[in-house]
Design a protein around this ligand. Sequence first.
Ligand SMILES: C[S@@+](CC[C@H](N)C(=O)[O-])C[C@H]1O[C@@H](n2cnc3c(N)ncnc32)[C@H](O)[C@@H]1O
Length: 340
Amino acid sequence: MKYLIRISHAHPHVAEIEMETFFKNYHLNWLTPMLCTVSCTSQMMDDIIQLSSCIKIVVENPIITNIENDEIVGLDDLIIPQSSRLVFNNFKVKITRVHKKINNFNTEKMIVNVARQVYSCHSHLEIDLTNPDVIFQVLYWGNNIALGWLYKEKEYREIAYREPKNWDYFGGGSMKSHLSRLLINLLYPLDATILDPFSGHGGFLREIAETGSYAIGIEVNKRIIFESRANSRKYGLDQNIGLIHGNSLYPPFRKSGIDKIVTDPPYARQTTTVGLNRDVLMEKWVKILDIGTTVVITTPTDMMIQNPDGWGIDIDVTDYVHKSLTRRVRRMIKLNERSK
Ligand SMILES: C[S@@+](CC[C@H](N)C(=O)[O-])C[C@H]1O[C@@H](n2cnc3c(N)ncnc32)[C@H](O)[C@@H]1O
């Protein structure tokens, strides 16, 4: 099945990499920075929609064409694809502008136009604007237009409820749940267990647990361990999270068997670095990890692990967290003990 995916523009660089990571062995055709098409099975698409932190709208079997003088070019000649869900009686047409650019299109006229065409292919259908069985989705940007049956429109209410401002205990340095989830997804395919070695109040841990993996956190500050556990209990996720009170430079396991790590390490403003300079802490920490470990790490832009020896870096981007805070995101794989 061919799908059109519209992603959120909250973290454009990382979101694009999330999509590239999910569809690693598939061809993503980017129509704009927020829209792409891909062909895959519906099972795969369902799994990815479930995990994703950036997918907003998915349309199946999209038609991609142009608009001229409020008319959708050649719409009459286009065959509106039959939905895989044949059992429905009513529908509505929904129109969404993809990018901010203002067009003075007569969207009402476009909706009527499209609805008429859908009718001509499915004459048994009725229009139901309040509670339709299916939605015929129209997306437009510039003079371009994509249309087809809506496969899924994703809601992010649950993930928003896990934002740091809703936690009972919160240290000030915690990352938004959407971005945490995006970074975890850069480890896709996700392993059964994922580690955050500087776990703080547990933002990453709860998003890991939400994906269905087991999360292990290491935190040096005992008070924060208790607070993190209380936060996770509030969300009913504490059963899927293991917390270790300790120093990540001396983990209580040797060969851990955990080879996927996501972390937001301390950067010595609101958080402790157990007396070490934050960069020295990072340099020492990357040395103790096993070969084959993948780490997704986010740091302030002025804090860099300078091309650590023995690691390959395949993602290195900056993204806005909010207006005054830019974060660097890296995905690194430990290739060998010494040189690259
Ligand atoms: C930036 S915070 C992590 C924020 C976290 N992602 C959250 O959602 O709350 C970094 C945490 O690392 C902890 N930390 C500092 N040095 C550590 C070490 N050597 N081992 C384990 N934890 C450490 C700090 O106490 C702090 O809570």
